[in-house]
Design a protein around this ligand. Structure first.
Ligand code: NAI
Ligand code: MG
Length: 333
């Protein structure tokens, strides 16, 4: 019997609503298999916790994740800066992997899109180094060769492992040459050791446009922290919105898997959040744990439910609840 210790961080708003579905699906999966088990440890974080206790992320949260085999994070609200950013940095979860894939019957802009965004997750503008004066502010954009090489290598290794053919490095070297220069040099160096994978470079503003006009031309994208943050939300819109966008924060030892979306206060408490982004994040977690077959089982179940198009949440044009979608996916499993 293989046993995995999974930390869960439901957070705020729709976070707990979608986390419940992922946990339940993993339990159904374990039951149907019989030779695998999950032990869940819930870790409270977020706005609501801060309102009650004055602190958004209790001491010991990082340690608890370190001791788990993997973690699932749903979403927090205004305290994102105090929770998910420090987690990414303290646990050195340097690669933010965001697949953008068109699934059946989703309101997508284009067919045949299957992009993976690999975003550097520890530095750049999100290092939070800067100064604030009464009428001015400075945020330093910190880019190192070490982190740039590490993320470039991750992107190429990802391409090799997943049978992908091209890596596009996204930058703004025409203006931000001090920092993007370091990033591009690192990418070019790494690209040389992968002759079997195509390599190209694209300026971020042009990339933002081409993602909408011809997303099918992209395969793996690698970029710095903030560009990746913005482009991956944009990419999510191509494939049916944030309810369909999973992600992983991956380091050498730990991984936290989370939907790209936030706490969605506009729909929280209504029971209509699309749980698929969270469920596909759980599927990514299983893949990272080496449980490829289980990971595929979840994704296939999601695809079957989407193909039937009978049980969809309002963001996908349906009228089903979060729970009904999760139940339909469980039934397929
Ligand atoms: P958001 O992702 O929460 O919502 C943006 C829009 O997408 C909303 O209209 C929402 O209803 C919709 N949406 C998001 N997830 C959905 C789902 N699963 N099903 C159906 N519709 C969904 O982003 P927003 O509104 O900019 O931020 C809300 C709060 O979330 C803020 O406090 C922000 O700081 C936080 N946030 C937290 C993140 C995290 O925990 N990693 C990431 C992004 C935002
Ligand atoms: Mg974002």
């Amino acid at each position: 019997m293989t046993k995995y210790k999974i930390a869960t961080l439901p957070g705020d708003g729709i976070g707990p609503e979608v986390m419940t579905t992922a946990v339940s699906i993993l339990e159904v999966l374990a039951e149907s298999r019989g030779d695998i088990a999950f032990e869940f440890t819930e870790l409270p974080v977020g706005d609501e916790l801060k309102a009650r206790t004055g602190i958004a992320m209790p001491q010991g949260t990082v340690e608890a994740i370190r001791e788990s085999d993997a973690a699932l994070f749903a979403a927090v609200g205004e305290t994102a800066k105090e929770v998910i950013l420090p987690l990414r940095q303290e646990l050195e979860l340097y690669a933010n992997v965001r697949p953008t894939k068109v699934y059946p019957n989703v309101p997508s802009l284009k067919e045949g899109v299957d992009i993976v965004m690999v975003r550097e997750n520890t530095e750049g503008l999100y290092k939070m180094v800067g100064h604030r004066g009464p009428d001015w502010g400075v945020n330093l954009r910190i880019i190192t060769r070490q982190a740039s090489e590490r993320i470039a290598r991750f992107a190429f290794e990802y391409a090799v492992r997943n049978g992908r053919s091209k890596v596009t490095s996204v930058h703004k070297n025409n203006v931000l040459d001090l920092t993007c220069g370091v990033f591009l040099e690192a990418c070019r160096g790494v690209a040389e050791s992968y002759p079997g994978i195509g390599y190209q470079e694209m300026i971020v503003d042009a990339c933002a446009m081409k993602l909408i006009l011809s997303p099918e031309q992209f395969d793996v994208l690698v970029t710095t922290n903030m560009f990746g943050d913005i482009l991956s939300d944009e990419a999510a819109a191509i494939v049916g919105g944030l309810g369909m966008a999973p992600s992983g924060n991956i380091g050498e030892k730990n991984g936290i898997f989370e939907p790209v979306h936030g706490s969605a206060p506009d729909i929280a408490g209504k029971g209509i959040a699309n749980p698929i982004a969270m469920i596909l994040s759980a599927s990514m977690m299983l893949e990272w744990l080496g449980e490829t077959e289980l990971s595929k089982t979840i994704e296939t179940a999601v695809i079957e439910v989407l193909e039937e198009a009978e049980t969809l949440t309002p963001d996908l044009g349906g009228s089903a609840t979060t729970e009904q979608v999760a139940a339909a996916i469980e039934k397929k499993i």
